[in-house]
Design a protein. Structure first.
Length: 428
């Protein structure tokens, strides 16, 4: 047997099959008990009716007997004032119950002969002689107890009710598990989602409380790490500044230049560390309505004023609700990255349905396909050396990703078909 793939369908199959089997067994027992009761009642009525009818016919004058036959006729047996039809003698072993009832009713008073009639509707006849010698035939057509016409409709309605109750039970049982699995899928340490509803049955409340506590612990742990990173980076700025002042008073020479270069690299790394730590709090900035075209123009003009080759493409003619300082920092990081590796960049903006799409395009070397997701992680660098001048700190794209999530937007990287990199931001 091949089981369904989902837990809901498996539970529904088990519940519905069990309910149908239990209902079928209960109905079968009730139907059998009704059949036995109806058969017993019909046989009892047959005994009393045959005894009474034969006694009436036997006491009536021969001329009046034919007029009474319609009055004594029943749906399953009737009376004939002749020798009946020819047939086969009924075997004595395992006779019909109706034949036994006829014997019980009049067998002690009359000599009975039973014949089976091989007709379209199988039946049997009982032959006897009345007191005056006139023949009498009882023609019996056995039939099962009639079934009410509304019974199949009731059975169908009950099966539908069983199916509905099964669906409701499975829905109530699987609903909390489905919500929990969706919450786990959407669990993002960088952007904690809403807490699960802690109402419902005891087991559901316990699971929701445990998940909410887990989510809170993860958020607190990451916040503590970022605070440690920010504190260390901030505290390192003071000794680095003192060391730079001491290097300034040293005699000119190769050692002074090397120390100055190392201190500058350390200072840059510390600033990036502080910036990354602060990006965790990007959601603190209040969102406001921003004119997209004017906002993009201001960034492009700033770069062009400094001599950078940044070109503006596309227009939206609309506004967007976002955090402008966070969005500016994201675009600046992406543009700086494009200028560093390609020397020029294009800032393209468009609108698709309810999304404002901003793309930073360059003609640089791009990023290997298997590393497009990795470069968004902190301190990951595509360039293999540890040279900060060529590989950077590995925090620029991580900061952009962190701020994008804080805005409720989405950042994706892809390689362009003609060469270069496309960094796309989807702002709802």
């Amino acid at each position: 047997m091949k089981w369904p793939h989902t837990l809901a369908s498996r539970l529904a199959l088990i519940f519905f099959s069990g309910l149908v089997l239990a209902y079928g067994l209960s109905f079968s027992l009730q139907a059998y008990e009704r059949f036995v009761s109806s058969r017993s009642m019909m046989l009892t009525n047959l005994e009393q009716d045959v005894a009474t009818s034969v006694a009436i016919l036997d006491r009536l004058p021969a001329a009046e007997r034919a007029a009474w036959l319609p009055r004594l006729e029943r749906s399953t047996y009737r009376y004939r004032l002749d020798n009946g039809q020819s047939g086969q003698a009924m075997p004595s072993e395992n006779p019909p119950m109706a034949a036994e009832s006829v014997v019980k009713a009049i067998g002690k008073d009359y000599h009975l002969t039973f014949l089976e009639i091989p007709d379209q509707d199988a039946h049997f006849q009982v032959h006897l002689r009345l007191a005056d010698g006139a023949p009498l035939t009882i023609d019996v057509t056995p039939a099962l107890a009639p079934v009410a016409s509304w019974l199949p409709v009731v059975l169908l309605i009950q099966l539908v009710l069983l199916l509905i109750c099964t669906w409701l039970a499975v829905h109530l049982a699987i609903g909390p598990l489905t919500r929990l699995s969706q919450a786990v899928d959407n669990l993002d340490p960088n952007a904690p989602g809403p807490q699960l509803d802690e109402s419902g049955p005891r087991e559901v409340r316990y699971a929701a409380v445990a998940f909410n506590a887990l989510q809170a612990r993860i958020a607190a742990y990451l916040k503590e790490r970022m605070q440690i990173l920010a504190a260390i980076s901030h505290d390192l700025q003071t000794p680095i500044t003192r060391m730079k002042l001491r290097v300034e008073v040293m005699d000119d020479g190769q050692e002074k230049d090397k120390l100055s270069s190392d201190l500058s690299a350390m200072e840059h790394l510390v600033r990036e560390g502080v910036a990354y730590a602060r990006s965790m709090d990007g959601g603190i900035e209040a969102p406001c309505r921003v004119d997209v075209d004017a906002f993009i123009d201001s960034i492009v003009f700033d770069y062009q004023d400094s001599g950078a080759q940044v070109e503006r493409l596309g227009h939206t003619g609309g506004t967007v609700q976002t955090r402008p300082h966070a969005l500016r920092r994201v675009l600046v990081n992406l543009l700086d990255n494009a200028l560093k590796f390609a020397g020029a960049a294009q800032l393209d903006v468009s609108r698709h349905n309810d999304l404002t799409i901003i793309r930073v395009l360059d003609d640089g070397p791009g990023i290997p396909q298997e590393e497009l997701d990795e470069v968004l992680k902190p301190f990951y660098r595509v360039e293999g050396s540890r040279n900060r001048q060529t590989g950077g700190t590995g925090l620029g794209l991580a900061i952009a990703q962190q701020l994008t999530l804080a805005m409720g937007a989405r950042l994706t990287l892809s390689n362009r078909s003609g060469g270069g990199l496309c960094a796309q931001i989807e702002v709802p």
